[in-house]
Design a protein around this ligand. Sequence first.
Ligand SMILES: Cc1ncc(C[n+]2csc(CCOP(=O)(O)OP(=O)(O)O)c2C)c(N)n1
Ligand SMILES: [Mg+2]
Length: 322
Amino acid sequence: MQLNREALLKAYRDMVTIRRFEERVQDEFSKGNIPGFVHLYAGQEASAVGVCSHLGPDDHIASTHRGHGHSIAKGCDVVGMMLELFGRKGGLCGGKGGSMHIADLDHGMLGANGIVGGGPPLVIGAALTAKTLRNSNVAVSFTGDGGSNQGTTFEAMNMAVVLKLPAIFVFENNGYGEYTGAEYAVGSRDIAGRAAGFGMPAVRVDGDDFFAVHDAMREATERARAGGGPSAIEVSTCRFYGHHSGDAQLYRVKDEVRKLREEHDCLKNFRRRVTDARLLEAGDLDAVDAEVAALIDQAVAAALAAPPPEPETLMTDVYVSY
Ligand SMILES: Cc1ncc(C[n+]2csc(CCOP(=O)(O)OP(=O)(O)O)c2C)c(N)n1
Ligand SMILES: [Mg+2]
């Protein structure tokens, strides 16, 4: 299926927003403006956007510690996210969650998650709800190559197959779990194959290529919405920064990141594909770049100007009463 102009521009805007957000977060973190840890998603944008471009606000996603890209792709407010990272009042979680706990239930974003392998069981709950209510919604977990080894992930995949749930397991294989290569730590080196072993259709796609992710996700989403049960998608991707901001990356070979940026940049790839095919003009994309740059400036200015949350709100938003 050919994406129309509007859909292509939206995909590009979302990917550029993630990239510029992450670059700016890196700068602001280095200046000491952001407390705690941040794990940057730059390099992996085609995965979040290729997947989330098939989802509406009533579909759910569960994210990871590397959650900014998933949040932006799912429609979370970028200014609210920046405020949250800075720990300021008005942030998406009141400035009290920070990078690893961004959640936005209004947009079906069940949360970033500091617990590796914590997302898949949450998605089982959301998918079971959708199946019970028969509302055709789907639930998607994003999990890393490291998280693919967790028992929680295995249990969730098994349960999704047994209960034939509208769940989609997206495995972002960026080659590393913290400082350890997936080549070493993923026993079979075949995450999609392992998911298939649980009894669901599973494919591996090139994460440099937005269109490859988008196509695989269309198939998985259509199957899930039609009652055909779960699927898995392994996205081969790469991260342009360290595991977290400040990681010296001594475990990567010299020039690895430079080469990845030159040869495996999903944004450059997208720009080349759509302009070569005359689907969009370079000027269209440049205009999006300028809009996004202004939005990120606005988000940082708002975050720098906002006060921290009031001390008396420390204990609010901690527990939900049902
Ligand atoms: C249950 C649990 N075990 C260990 C950790 C420490 N830890 C944080 S991130 C990470 C690696 C995750 O790797 P991967 O799933 O590939 O995600 P990536 O960082 O590459 O996005 C580990 C082991 C944790 N946060 N939670
Ligand atoms: Mg990884």
